[in-house]
Structure formats: C-alpha cells, structure tokens
Design a protein around this ligand. Structure first.
Ligand code: IMP
Length: 193
C-alpha cells in the first residue's frame, strides 16, 4: 500500500518506514511534485499535523499523513512545544535549539520533559488523529550522534542513554513517533479497504 508522508526529513522518513514495515511504501511530497515547504502555522501539534495533511491531500488527491512533534519541558511550562523546530531561530537549526534549551535549564533541578507526536491521516477523504508520547528528562550536555534534533539531550524514562546513543530500532521501540506510527499501523490493519 502506498501512502504519502508529508515530510522531506530523511531521518523521520527512515524511522517511520522502519515501523511501517514492508507492506507500506512511503512517498514524499517531492515524489508527488510538491516542492514547496508545506505551511505549519497553527498553534497546536494537532492543528499543524492536520494543516500539513490537508495541504498535501488537496494537491494530490491521494491518501496521506503528516506528523508534528514537540518537546515539552516541565520547568519551561511546556516550551518549546509546538515551536520546537524554531525555538532559537526561524530556521531549523538543531545545534542552536539545543544550546538555547541547555541555557534555559541552567541551574534547574527539574529536568522532566516529554516528546509528543501527533499524526494526522487522511484516508478516503476522512481525517484521523494518532498520538504518541515518551516521558523522560533533559541531560546537561549533548551526548551521542545518532538521530536528530533534541535527541542528544533526551533520556527516556527507564534508560540511562540519550536517544542519540541508541540505534534507530532502539529509539523506535520507545519513542513518541514510534508509538504514534504503531497506532497508525494498527488502524490501517484493522480497517483495511
Ligand atoms: P516537526 O515539526 O515534527 O518536524 O518537529 C519539530 C522539531 O522537534 C524538530 O525540528 C526537532 O527539533 C524536534 N524533533 C521532532 N522529532 C524529534 C525526535 O524524534 N528527536 C529529537 N527531536 C525531534
């Protein structure tokens, strides 16, 4: 089964393809002739995921899904949250975002944080939402070089390694995106058409 995934982030694409397995082939917006950056201007993860999925569906008429993820840090009142990609600058500058996060948590004892992913699926014109959450904490310096984004700073509960020190399979087994994608897969399998 072919699905369009509204991302051009190669890391995300690989993570999601690994969880979906061989039964599903993912296409990117670029594969379908959508070259421009898809707008994500909503104030919530749910809103952004739906906005991206609707944008792609309107242009291609095909079944598609989009995800939006935020890192929610307790001591920062849930920030950066929906602004996770543009925390330090308007660009997607992972290193600058990580530096700002560490600076804002300097001297803070409460390091609790969670990643939350929302996936919006449009299938046969109908919209469905799936959520995945992983709880954990922010360490005080970047460790590891796998993954992307805030991975070198995030240790999931029950582990003593950051996501950036895990293999893709280990991260997928516990991660926000892995959990949300497994819910998407369950839905697709139990509602086959
Ligand atoms: P997006 O809008 O879903 O691409 O995610 C927003 C931002 O959250 C990204 O630019 C990354 O900084 C961060 N992010 C999303 N997913 C992950 C992840 O799995 N690990 C680390 N950071 C992530």
């Amino acid at each position: 089964m072919k699905l369009i995934f509204a991302t051009n982030n190669a890391h995300k694409l690989a993570e999601v393809q690994a969880v979906l397995g061989d039964g599903y082939t993912l296409a990117t917006p670029r594969d379908c002739g959508v070259e421009e950056e898809i707008p994500e201007t909503q104030p919530t993860l749910e809103g952004n995921a739906l906005q991206k999925a609707r944008y792609l569906h309107e242009r291609t008429g095909l079944d598609c899904f989009a995800d939006d993820t935020g890192l929610e840090v307790a001591a920062l009142g849930g920030a950066p949250g929906v602004r996770s990609a543009r925390y330090a600058t308007e660009g997607h500058d992972f290193a600058a975002n990580n530096r700002l996060l560490l600076r804002n948590l300097e001297g803070r004892e409460d390091r609790r944080a969670r990643f939350r992913t929302v996936i919006a699926l449009i299938r046969g014109g109908e919209e469905h939402l799936f959520e995945g959450i992983v709880e954990g904490r922010i360490v005080d310096r970047e460790t590891g070089c796998e993954g992307f984004g805030y991975d070198p700073l995030f240790v999931p509960d029950g582990y003593d390694r950051t996501f950036a020190e895990m293999t893709p399979d280990q991260k997928n087994a516990v991660s926000h995106r892995g959990r949300a994608v497994r819910r998407l897969v369950d839905f697709l399998r139990t509602n086959e058409r």
